[in-house]
Design a protein around this ligand. Structure first.
Ligand code: NAD
Length: 509
């Protein structure tokens, strides 16, 4: 999609920005937003210019001193009200997700619910900011550590979880006392906008939360402006690496979560029927557009592989693909025509590379939705680690079956892969599962759990090239990411005795 110059801006049809608790139009470029199930352009979104982003940074910078000094319990009360409002608007937000992303309505509700969990967690912020205190670390000396907010922080988010991923970031950043600027994906910006507006209704002061819609130009402005102290990014690995390198070079704290190639290992003792059901949902749910989607099934032994492949072929025949508004469908379309063609290209590449395409979704046509970006589920057998369809993230409904001879060999494949976001083992053997969890080089591990997405009070993140930075998203790590530790040592000498100067380093008292 190419941006076109704006002509007449009709604010009913054009999504602008949200700055200082007000909707802001923009006379800059516009990008069409398309319903991927129908291929129709539904509205346009403004692409923020440098000046627009700078005005959002100015608003957030001005709001910071008062917000930083607002008692954490008062900040939490706004989060409570926000959670309530989100739940009241759940249907509206889920509908926006389905219309712009394409995912099935139930799946949209699931995404939304996982985002609201982080708001629940943020309601307990006062407890998390209590700090540490030690009395009498020396004569008449007390010491404590406190966690101070950073200032203006930015979040840049991907298309695949337009509501949840922003909520991984801003509820905790704001609850910690920072002010925030969100730059959502330009492909499906309406749901984050609805959720964002509700913060105003919940009582959040102007400037504490802002949204700038846009692309590279907006992101570069956020990365270059000295007033932005930290950046949370979620998206593809090449962009994550660029954001991390540029942001840290400019002195910012950065966490940048990237792409994935998540393997599930099916052991010979696994409950194969349950493993197959789990693989169906984890590979094809949300059309494979999840960073935790299983895209490789490593079957240990040919017997397991043959059983998994034949059972999946049968289940694929029953998988319903169509408009996400019809909840009887299991899978919706891909996000754009460009992405559809890219994923289809990978299917063709897999055939050229010599893998066996045992389920082919390329010719799928959804009646009444001939212009939609649909691709049926695709299953490759006999995939090997030299193939590009194994090495690269496809981000579509394509599952690769790799055959391994042992748990060790399966684990070696995973440990050698450049990505390390999520993984899973299907087994009934506790010892094998424990060994796997202990030694696998991946950030989030499931044992008979195909999508081990941590709950809000743990933290989410991958290893290797799935995460640039040290701290995971949400949960306890987010308090560390969005605050800076300060340690204060205080002395109130008693007795009024004049003390001699000490020239040696203060030692043990
Ligand atoms: P993307 O990297 O194309 O875009 C992500 C964000 O970066 C968007 O807001 C986009 O506008 C911005 N952006 C894109 N190109 C840019 C550039 N050149 N300079 C500056 N900013 C730029 O990702 P996407 O296609 O929206 O999302 C899919 C990707 O996100 C997949 O790779 C998926 O694995 C990953 N993802 C990862 C996680 C995780 O937690 N690790 C979660 C969700 C998605």
């Amino acid at each position: 999609m190419n941006a076109t110059p704006a002509k007449n801006i009709d604010t009913a049809e054009v999504l602008g920005h949200f700055i200082n608790n007000a909707e802001v139009a923009d006379n800059g470029r516009l990008l069409p937003i398309t319903n991927p199930a129908t291929g129709e352009v539904t509205r346009q979104v403004a692409m923020a210019s440098r000046e627009t982003v700078e005005s959002a940074i100015t608003a957030a910078h001005a709001a910071f001193p008062a917000w930083r000094n607002t008692p954490p319990a008062k900040r939490a009360r706004i989060m409570f009200r926000y959670k309530q409002l989100l739940e009241e608007h759940a249907d509206e937000i889920a509908a926006a997700l389905t219309n712009e992303h394409g995912k099935v309505l139930d799946d949209a509700m699931g995404e939304f619910g996982r985002g609201v969990e982080v708001v629940d967690y943020a309601c307990g912020i006062a407890e998390m900011l209590k700090g540490e205190y030690s009395r009498n670390v020396g004569p008449d000396i007390d010491s404590w550590s406190e966690f101070q907010p950073l200032g203006v922080v930015a979040g840049i988010t991907p298309f695949n979880f337009p509501a949840m991923v922003p909520m991984w970031m801003y509820p905790m950043a704001i609850a910690c006392g920072n002010t925030f600027i969100l730059k959502p994906s330009e492909k499906d910006p309406s749901a984050p906008m609805i959720a964002g507006r509700l913060l105003k209704e919940a009582g959040l002061p102007a400037g504490v939360f802002n949204i700038v819609n846009g692309d590279k130009e907006a992101v570069n402005t956020l990365l270059e402006d000295k007033r932005v102290q930290a950046v949370s990014f979620v998206g593809s690995t090449p962009i994550a690496e660029h954001i991390y390198n540029t942001g840290t070079k400019n002195g910012k704290r950065v966490q940048a979560l990237g792409g994935a190639k998540n393997h599930a290992v099916v052991m010979p003792d696994a409950d194969i029927d349950n493993a197959v059901s789990a693989l169906m949902g984890a590979a094809f749910g949300s059309c494979g557009e999840r960073c935790m989607a299983i895209s490789v099934a490593v079957c240990v032994g040919d017997e397991v592989a043959d059983a998994v492949v034949s059972k999946m072929q049968a289940e694929i025949l029953d998988l319903k693909v169509g408009n996400g508004n019809d909840v009887s469908n299991h899978m919706g379309p891909l996000i754009t025509k460009v992405h559809h063609d890219k994923v289809r290209g990978y299917v063709e590449l897999g055939i050229e590379e010599g893998a066996d395409l045992v389920a082919d979704g390329r010719d799928l046509v959804v009646d009444g939705h001939e212009q939609g970006f649909f691709l049926g589920p695709c299953l490759f057998d006999n995939v090997t680690s030299e193939m590009r369809i194994y090495q690269e993230e496809i981000f579509g409904p394509v599952l690769c079956v790799v055959r391994a001879e042992s748990e060790e060999q399966a684990m070696q494949l995973i440990n050698d892969h450049e990505y390390g976001n999520g993984t899973c083992i299907f087994t009934r053997d506790g010892e094998a599962a424990r060994y796997f969890a202990d030694n696998i080089q991946v950030g989030m591990v499931g044992i008979n759990v195909p999508l081990p997405v941590p709950v809000a009070y743990h933290s989410f993140g991958g290893w290797k090239r799935s995460l640039f930075g040290d701290l995971f998203a949400y949960g306890p790590d987010s308090v560390r990411f969005y605050t800076r530790r300060k340690t204060i040592t205080q002395r109130w000498p008693s007795g009024g005795v004049r003390e001699k100067a000490q020239f040696s380093f203060p030692g043990r008292q």
